[in-house]
Design a protein around this ligand. Sequence first.
Ligand code: ADP
Length: 184
Amino acid sequence: MKQRGVTVWFTGLSGAGKTTISQAVAEALRSQGCSLEILDGDVVRQNLTKGLGFSKEDRDENIRRIGFVSHLLTRNGVIVLVSAISPYREIREEVRQRVGDFVEVYVNAPLEVCEGRDVKGLYRRARLGEIKGFTGIDDPYEPPLNPEVECRTDQEDLSQSVAKVLNTLSNLGYLSNQLVAIEN
Ligand code: ADP
Protein backbone atom coordinates (compact mmCIF):
# COMPACT_ATOMS: atom_id res chain seq x y z
CA MET A 1 0.00 0.00 0.00
CA LYS A 2 1.42 3.33 -1.05
CA GLN A 3 -1.09 5.47 0.78
CA ARG A 4 -3.80 5.52 3.43
CA GLY A 5 -6.88 7.73 3.18
CA VAL A 6 -6.50 11.11 4.82
CA THR A 7 -8.00 14.58 4.64
CA VAL A 8 -5.35 17.27 4.40
CA TRP A 9 -7.07 20.47 5.41
CA PHE A 10 -5.43 23.75 4.32
CA THR A 11 -6.76 26.71 6.29
CA GLY A 12 -5.67 30.34 6.21
CA LEU A 13 -6.45 33.82 4.98
CA SER A 14 -7.34 34.49 1.37
CA GLY A 15 -4.08 34.79 -0.54
CA ALA A 16 -2.06 32.92 2.09
CA GLY A 17 -1.21 30.17 -0.41
CA LYS A 18 -3.69 27.33 0.23
CA THR A 19 -4.52 26.69 -3.42
CA THR A 20 -0.92 27.06 -4.57
CA ILE A 21 0.46 24.62 -2.00
CA SER A 22 -2.35 22.09 -2.32
CA GLN A 23 -1.95 22.01 -6.10
CA ALA A 24 1.78 21.48 -5.81
CA VAL A 25 1.23 18.71 -3.25
CA ALA A 26 -1.34 17.15 -5.60
CA GLU A 27 1.13 17.25 -8.48
CA ALA A 28 3.81 15.54 -6.38
CA LEU A 29 1.41 12.86 -5.19
CA ARG A 30 -0.07 12.27 -8.64
CA SER A 31 3.34 11.82 -10.17
CA GLN A 32 3.79 8.95 -7.71
CA GLY A 33 0.49 7.38 -8.69
CA CYS A 34 -1.46 8.33 -5.58
CA SER A 35 -5.22 8.48 -5.64
CA LEU A 36 -6.40 11.92 -4.61
CA GLU A 37 -9.08 14.56 -4.91
CA ILE A 38 -8.94 18.31 -4.46
CA LEU A 39 -11.80 20.20 -2.86
CA ASP A 40 -11.02 23.87 -3.38
CA GLY A 41 -13.22 26.38 -1.60
CA ASP A 42 -13.74 28.58 -4.64
CA VAL A 43 -14.76 25.62 -6.82
CA VAL A 44 -16.93 24.01 -4.15
CA ARG A 45 -18.88 27.23 -3.71
CA GLN A 46 -19.88 27.04 -7.38
CA ASN A 47 -21.47 23.61 -7.05
CA LEU A 48 -21.65 21.63 -3.77
CA THR A 49 -22.37 24.70 -1.65
CA LYS A 50 -23.74 27.03 -4.31
CA GLY A 51 -26.09 29.62 -2.85
CA LEU A 52 -24.42 29.78 0.54
CA GLY A 53 -23.14 33.17 1.63
CA PHE A 54 -20.57 34.33 4.13
CA SER A 55 -22.50 34.63 7.40
CA LYS A 56 -21.15 32.50 10.23
CA GLU A 57 -23.99 30.00 9.68
CA ASP A 58 -23.34 29.74 5.94
CA ARG A 59 -19.59 29.48 6.35
CA ASP A 60 -20.09 26.68 8.85
CA GLU A 61 -22.52 24.90 6.53
CA ASN A 62 -20.02 25.24 3.68
CA ILE A 63 -17.34 23.59 5.80
CA ARG A 64 -19.70 20.92 7.10
CA ARG A 65 -20.57 19.84 3.54
CA ILE A 66 -16.95 19.81 2.46
CA GLY A 67 -16.20 17.75 5.56
CA PHE A 68 -18.96 15.29 4.70
CA VAL A 69 -17.57 14.63 1.23
CA SER A 70 -14.01 14.50 2.57
CA HIS A 71 -15.04 11.85 5.04
CA LEU A 72 -16.61 9.64 2.36
CA LEU A 73 -13.51 9.83 0.20
CA THR A 74 -11.05 9.47 3.06
CA ARG A 75 -12.62 6.29 4.36
CA ASN A 76 -12.25 4.83 0.87
CA GLY A 77 -8.52 5.37 0.85
CA VAL A 78 -8.35 8.65 -1.06
CA ILE A 79 -6.04 11.49 -0.11
CA VAL A 80 -8.32 14.54 0.00
CA LEU A 81 -6.75 17.97 -0.28
CA VAL A 82 -9.14 20.63 0.99
CA SER A 83 -8.30 24.28 0.61
CA ALA A 84 -10.80 26.58 2.23
CA ILE A 85 -10.34 29.67 4.39
CA SER A 86 -12.42 27.87 7.08
CA PRO A 87 -12.03 30.74 9.55
CA TYR A 88 -13.79 29.16 12.53
CA ARG A 89 -11.93 26.81 14.84
CA GLU A 90 -14.96 24.99 16.21
CA ILE A 91 -16.24 23.71 12.87
CA ARG A 92 -12.73 22.66 11.83
CA GLU A 93 -12.56 20.61 15.04
CA GLU A 94 -15.96 19.12 14.32
CA VAL A 95 -14.78 17.98 10.89
CA ARG A 96 -11.54 16.65 12.39
CA GLN A 97 -13.53 14.49 14.83
CA ARG A 98 -15.82 13.21 12.11
CA VAL A 99 -13.11 12.39 9.57
CA GLY A 100 -10.60 10.96 12.03
CA ASP A 101 -7.72 10.78 9.58
CA PHE A 102 -7.26 14.52 9.43
CA VAL A 103 -4.13 16.61 8.98
CA GLU A 104 -4.48 20.34 9.47
CA VAL A 105 -2.13 22.62 7.55
CA TYR A 106 -2.10 26.21 8.72
CA VAL A 107 -1.10 28.28 5.72
CA ASN A 108 0.11 31.38 7.47
CA ALA A 109 1.20 34.73 6.13
CA PRO A 110 0.53 38.08 7.81
CA LEU A 111 -2.54 39.94 6.65
CA GLU A 112 -0.36 42.70 5.15
CA VAL A 113 1.40 40.12 2.97
CA CYS A 114 -1.86 38.51 1.80
CA GLU A 115 -3.30 41.93 1.14
CA GLY A 116 -0.18 42.99 -0.73
CA ARG A 117 -0.48 39.91 -2.97
CA ASP A 118 -4.21 40.50 -3.45
CA VAL A 119 -4.33 37.60 -5.91
CA LYS A 120 -8.02 38.07 -6.72
CA GLY A 121 -8.38 41.79 -6.00
CA LEU A 122 -10.74 40.98 -3.14
CA TYR A 123 -8.86 42.83 -0.38
CA ARG A 124 -9.03 46.03 -2.38
CA ARG A 125 -12.76 45.60 -2.81
CA ALA A 126 -13.17 44.79 0.87
CA ARG A 127 -11.25 47.93 1.86
CA LEU A 128 -13.49 49.95 -0.45
CA GLY A 129 -16.50 48.50 1.33
CA GLU A 130 -17.69 46.68 -1.80
CA ILE A 131 -17.43 43.34 0.01
CA LYS A 132 -18.71 43.06 3.57
CA GLY A 133 -17.61 40.47 6.11
CA PHE A 134 -14.29 39.69 4.45
CA THR A 135 -12.06 37.41 6.52
CA GLY A 136 -9.15 39.34 8.05
CA ILE A 137 -10.72 42.74 7.32
CA ASP A 138 -14.13 42.82 8.99
CA ASP A 139 -14.65 39.15 9.79
CA PRO A 140 -12.53 37.02 12.14
CA TYR A 141 -9.96 34.36 11.37
CA GLU A 142 -9.28 31.93 14.22
CA PRO A 143 -5.85 30.32 13.71
CA PRO A 144 -5.42 26.63 14.54
CA LEU A 145 -3.96 26.04 18.01
CA ASN A 146 -2.19 22.76 17.20
CA PRO A 147 -1.92 22.30 13.44
CA GLU A 148 0.05 19.28 12.24
CA VAL A 149 1.85 21.59 9.80
CA GLU A 150 2.41 25.32 9.63
CA CYS A 151 3.59 26.87 6.38
CA ARG A 152 4.87 30.42 6.76
CA THR A 153 4.54 31.41 3.13
CA ASP A 154 6.10 34.83 3.72
CA GLN A 155 9.28 33.15 4.99
CA GLU A 156 9.60 29.89 3.05
CA ASP A 157 9.29 29.04 -0.60
CA LEU A 158 6.74 26.77 -2.17
CA SER A 159 9.02 23.73 -2.30
CA GLN A 160 9.70 24.01 1.44
CA SER A 161 5.99 24.18 2.19
CA VAL A 162 5.31 21.18 -0.03
CA ALA A 163 8.11 19.17 1.61
CA LYS A 164 6.70 19.93 5.08
CA VAL A 165 3.30 18.58 4.09
CA LEU A 166 4.69 15.45 2.43
CA ASN A 167 7.04 14.73 5.32
CA THR A 168 4.24 15.05 7.83
CA LEU A 169 2.01 12.70 5.81
CA SER A 170 4.86 10.25 5.73
CA ASN A 171 5.66 10.58 9.45
CA LEU A 172 2.03 10.01 10.33
CA GLY A 173 1.99 6.85 8.23
CA TYR A 174 -0.18 8.03 5.33
CA LEU A 175 2.54 7.68 2.68
CA SER A 176 5.35 5.25 2.20
CA ASN A 177 8.72 6.80 3.01
CA GLN A 178 9.94 5.94 -0.42
CA LEU A 179 7.48 8.39 -1.91
CA VAL A 180 8.69 11.31 0.16
CA ALA A 181 12.35 10.53 -0.40
CA ILE A 182 11.82 11.20 -4.10
CA GLU A 183 10.39 14.63 -3.34
CA ASN A 184 13.33 15.70 -1.20
P1 ADP B 1 -5.28 31.07 -1.22
O1 ADP B 1 -5.66 29.81 -1.90
O2 ADP B 1 -4.81 30.86 0.20
O3 ADP B 1 -6.30 32.15 -1.33
P2 ADP B 1 -3.46 31.37 -3.42
O4 ADP B 1 -2.72 30.07 -3.45
O5 ADP B 1 -4.59 31.56 -4.38
O6 ADP B 1 -3.96 31.64 -1.93
O7 ADP B 1 -2.45 32.58 -3.61
C1 ADP B 1 -1.23 32.66 -2.91
C2 ADP B 1 -0.26 33.57 -3.65
O8 ADP B 1 0.95 33.65 -2.91
C3 ADP B 1 0.10 33.03 -5.03
O9 ADP B 1 0.17 34.10 -5.93
C4 ADP B 1 1.48 32.40 -4.79
O10 ADP B 1 2.26 32.40 -5.95
C5 ADP B 1 2.07 33.32 -3.72
N1 ADP B 1 3.12 32.71 -2.89
C6 ADP B 1 4.30 33.29 -2.60
N2 ADP B 1 5.06 32.49 -1.82
C7 ADP B 1 4.33 31.38 -1.61
C8 ADP B 1 4.58 30.17 -0.87
N3 ADP B 1 5.71 29.96 -0.18
N4 ADP B 1 3.62 29.24 -0.85
C9 ADP B 1 2.45 29.44 -1.50
N5 ADP B 1 2.16 30.56 -2.22
C10 ADP B 1 3.09 31.52 -2.28
